[in-house]
Ligand binder design. Structure first.
Ligand code: GTP
Ligand code: MG
Length: 322
């Protein structure tokens, strides 16, 4: 461990040379934020980005099982043959409370089912630690680190329950929304705002009754939404057996081709960078606010406010030097 050192540039060079421990350390820096996190960002945002696939949906919908199956496909050399030693896909599992295929997630040592120690995949769970903007910045940073290390495709799994998770999942090039058959799951997805972010839908657990009804519900909801140049396709899968996985991967590929050919990929990525920059600015403003609020001038301003000598807007202007 000590032989690798702590310098981010040296670690990135090692990671590019397929050193997984070095890659893990870079991702830890990203999670922790601070000076090293900033150095890592400086390196990774200047590199090519990987193709990012977001997988989201209700708890237990089968997201991890699907991811596991997609990885099996990639490992089998499909759709493209493997380059020796290079992870072809990185996985970031964002909900650390949710075990992947029953395996325990323990920080850097996350393992996903059968893919333990597999050189063609790199799997990592992510949690917020000290990063300034929390996971909504740590995840995009981590995706860029994987890209800088040479990983061409990154899958980000989040449970689609809160706004933050939805934001993270939709900060991908292709966003896959997973629903299951059964009463109301599609409606729930709609309510959670998942319909708007979906580039394609997966009806997983298609071995269970109700897949056809789920498809009909989704189609109806899509009919009501504003038509664009891409109508999200719906794919039936049974992740536990692997049925539908070749279809799913093919549709992801089609969506990617659509984005690239239409020029929308560049637009999306630029919109995403605007989002990231806004988050950094917001996080920094919050820090600055805390700093101001602990100063002497702030205390005097509060006294002046209490005495009715000033209004809070004027006081804020003064404290901010406007
Ligand atoms: N019958 C059936 N069960 C499935 C299928 N896919 C997944 N499951 C089961 O559903 C359960 C949840 O699967 P996970 O892959 O952990 O689901 P998840 O969406 O990652 O769950 P969270 O991360 O906890 O939100 C497991 O017991 C799976 O074996 C499927 O296609 N058919
Ligand atoms: Mg999961």
């Amino acid at each position: 461990m000590s032989t690798r050192g702590t310098d981010p540039a040296a670690l990135l060079a090692l990671a590019q040379d397929h050193d997984r421990v070095a890659l893990a350390r870079l991702l830890t820096y990203v999670e922790r934020g601070g000076a090293n996190g900033l150095k890592v960002a400086r390196l990774s945002y200047r590199s090519d980005q990987p193709y990012a696939i977001g997988i989201t949906g209700s708890p237990g919908a089968g997201k991890s099982t699907l991811t596991d199956r997609l990885i099996t496909l990639v490992r089998s050399g499909w759709p493209a043959p493997q380059a020796e030693g290079v992870p072809q896909v990185g996985v970031l599992a964002i909900d650390p409370t949710s075990p992947f295929s029953g395996g325990a997630i323990l920080g850097d040592r996350v393992r996903m089912g059968q893919h333990t120690l597999d050189a063609t995949v790199y799997i990592r769970s992510m949690a917020t630690r000290g990063h300034l903007g929390g996971l909504s910045l740590a995840v995009p940073d981590a995706v860029r680190v994987l890209g800088a290390a040479g990983v061409p495709v990154v899958i980000v799994e989040t449970v689609g329950v809160g706004q933050m998770e939805v934001d993270i999942a939709s900060a991908a090039d292709t966003t896959v929304v997973v629903v299951t058959p059964g009463w109301g799951d599609s409606m729930q997805a709609n309510k959670a705002g998942l319909l708007e972010i979906a580039d394609l839908f997966v009806i997983n657990k298609a071995d269970r009754p109700g897949a056809r009804e789920a498809r009909r519900d989704l189609e109806q909801m899509l009919d009501l939404s504003t038509p664009g140049s891409w109508r999200p396709p719906i794919i039936d899968t049974t992740a536990t057996t692997g049925e539908g996985m070749v279809d799913l991967w093919a549709v992801i590929g089609r969506h990617r081709a659509h984005l690239e050919e239409s020029g929308e990929l560049a637009t999306r990525r630029s919109d995403r960078m605007a989002q990231v920059l806004r988050r950094v600015l917001l996080a920094r403003s919050a820090l600055r606010t805390d700093e101001i609020a602990s100063g002497e001038e702030f205390t005097s301003a509060v006294k002046a406010l209490a005495a009715g000598e000033i209004d809070p807007y004027q006081a804020a202007d003064r404290l901010m030097g406007n």
